[in-house]
Ligand binder design. Structure first.
Ligand SMILES: [Zn+2]
Ligand SMILES: [Zn+2]
Length: 80
């Protein structure tokens, strides 16, 4: 049974049809609504990782916000 594997979207185990996504998530991906969409990538310098939160990948976001963010506090207008 294990051939293509399961959809890589969070909490989704449907069969992959393309790009590592199931049919439903592949449609979302094409619509630009998945975090690994082709154009939604980190805005960090020379960084092309998928976005984690806001416009940053997980690495850059963690660097910018620190582990305190795990508390779930929304960053209110960080000094740009
Ligand atoms: Zn899926
Ligand atoms: Zn980054």
């Amino acid at each position: 049974m294990a051939n293509k594997g399961a959809c890589k979207a969070t909490d989704c185990n449907h069969e992959v049809i393309a790009k590592g996504y199931c049919r439903k998530h592949y449609r979302l991906w094409k619509a630009g609504e998945m975090p690994k969409s082709r154009y939604k990538i980190c805005t960090g310098e020379n960084c092309r990782k998928p976005r984690f939160k806001g416009s940053l990948c997980e690495g850059h976001w963690t660097t910018a916000h620190g582990k305190a963010a795990e508390a779930g506090a929304a960053p209110a207008q960080a000094s740009a």
